[in-house]
Design a protein around this ligand. Structure first.
Ligand code: FAD
Ligand code: EGO
Length: 418
């Protein structure tokens, strides 16, 4: 915020980035009566024809929906995962009770809605085509560079590009309807290779193929694309379509995925970073946007707690938020490492049944980590990690599985879980 010396004039808040998190933040600040200026390097996406190269749809969890509050966005509820096995069988695994679902939302549509909601406030000004290049902590002059943060002493920063890339493919409607069951998060877990599909309101699915760049580079001809899908995702070929597969695979190169962790998130009482600017996470928990939206919610709560005293608010925001965002980044990376190493369809199904079975046995004591993450804020101390714990448990389960529930119960007691 530019500090207006005279208390009579409200502080001006500059929001750098008019993406999902920046636009939501602008709403929060504008609602408080601040004068808000949004600076976005791209042109106004509401005027643009298409926005290329970004993941087209996103899974919005309960936590993310809470942050959006009155900005109710259209989307398709996904009440369960649908696991696609190599032999073509499909196994639905519910996320929990009826009300527990994640919403498949169109990224660009959500961003447009958030920009329009921010712009609706008379005290908000949008500046598109403004790529801020520098920023002075002393004067507050707005030309912003990330290295400004990197220059700050005792600023911790880490960035990890993973060897996997991702590519988006579109699954068209069949006979005017969804090609697959729409209210599911479709997952094809093939260890190193994974594919997911989320439904869109226009009855298409956006499929996201994850695999190592070196594998993407081996597939260079249209026939090799079909061969690859015949080997790993045979049931998807008739659903996407042979010609569409051949065309879409070469439309855009595979995109990189990076994990960024840093701290602190603030500088003095002048600047705070949120969303991917502060914690870009690998998408193997589908929580990056949700975590960014929760950043806005938490910041807004701290503003209330500390009466909008920015020097106290920014410091407290870093204190409370860094551990949770780092945990989400770590969980997403953990998930990536576990999924690429162990997770085929049998393992995915088994793990989720174990999670759901333990949760059924002790709903208050054992909460599957994924359920915890998508349903409410992740309070580190409160997290009973079923994913990791079950993994350890199963590593010690004797080979002769026998009656799994009995085995698990015995093992769980041995580990003094309860
Ligand atoms: C393949 C994939 C799948 C994903 N799936 C999910 C999912 O299912 N669920 C989920 O919750 N998250 C998901 N995510 C993560 C999600 O996309 C991001 O966490 C989210 O977009 C972060 O929002 P943001 O506003 O922080 O950043 P962005 O959406 O990237 O917005 C940043 C904005 O700032 C602008 N900008 C950047 N630099 C400057 C500058 N110097 N000056 C001015 N403007 C600038 C950019 O143009 C952009 O508009 C996924 C990500 C990927 C890659
Ligand atoms: C976009 C989005 C939204 N949520 N998730 C997600 C992620 C992980 C999950 O389980 C981890 C696990 C399953 C089995 C064993 C260990 C861990 C679950 C689940 O429990 O359904 C859901 C994704 C997603 C993103 C990328 C890939 Cl590759 C993927 F498969 C899913």
């Amino acid at each position: 915020p530019n500090d207006s010396r005279s208390t009579s004039k409200r502080k001006v808040i500059a929001v750098v980035g008019g993406g999902l998190v920046g636009a939501l933040n602008a709403c929060y600040f504008a609602k408080r009566g601040f004068a808000v200026e949004v600076f976005e390097s791209r042109e106004d996406i509401r005027q643009a024809k298409i926005v290329r190269g970004r993941s087209i749809n996103l899974a919005l969890s309960h936590r993310g929906r809470q942050a959006l509050k009155h900005i109710v966005t259209k989307g398709i509820p996904m009440h369960a995962r649908m696991i696609h096995s190599l032999n073509g069988t499909r196994s639905p695994i519910p996320y929990g009770k009826k009300g527990q679902y994640i919403l498949s939302v169109d990224r660009t549509n959500l961003n447009k809605e958030l920009l329009t909601a921010a712009e609706a406030y008379p005290n908000t000004k949008m500046n598109f085509g403004h790529k801020l290049l520098d920023w002075s902590f002393e004067s507050g002059a707005m030309t912003f560079l990330r290295k400004q943060f990197l220059r700050q002493s005792r600023f911790n920063y880490s960035q990890t590009y993973i060897p996997h890339g991702y590519m988006e493919l579109t699954m068209p409607p069949h006979n005017g309807d969804f090609a697959m069951e729409p209210n599911f998060l479709h997952i094809w877990p093939r260890n190193t290779f994974m594919m997911i599909a989320l439904p869109n309101l226009d009855k298409t699915f956006t499929c996201t193929l994850f695999m190592p760049f070196e594998e993407f580079e081996k597939v260079t001809t249209e026939d090799q694309v079909i061969e690859f899908f015949q080997t790993y995702f045979p049931d998807a070929i008739p659903l996407i379509g042979v010609e569409a597969l051949k065309r879409d695979y070469f439309r855009l190169p595979a995109q990189a995925m990076v994990s960024v962790k840093c701290s602190p998130y603030h500088m003095g009482d002048k600047c705070v970073i949120m969303g991917d600017a502060a914690h870009a996470v690998v998408p193997f928990y589908g929580q990056g946007m949700n975590a960014g939206f929760e950043d806005c919610l938490v910041f807004n709560e701290v503003m209330d707690q500390l009466n909008e005293d920015f020097s106290a608010v920014l410091k407290e925001y870093t204190r409370v938020r860094v551990p949770d965002d780092h945990a989400i980044a770590d969980l997403a990376m953990y998930n990536y490492i576990e999924m690429r190493a162990h997770v085929n369809s049998k393992w995915f199904i088994f793990r989720k049944y174990v999670d759901n079975f333990l949760h059924f046995l002790m709903p208050k004591t054992i909460i599957p980590l994924y359920t915890m993450v998508i349903n409410r804020g992740l309070s580190i101390c409160g997290v009973v990690s079923v994913v990791g714990g079950t993994y350890l448990l199963l590593k010690h389960v004797p080979r002769n599985f026998g009656s799994i529930p009995q085995q698990l119960w015995t093992q769980a007691q041995t580990l003094k879980w309860f």
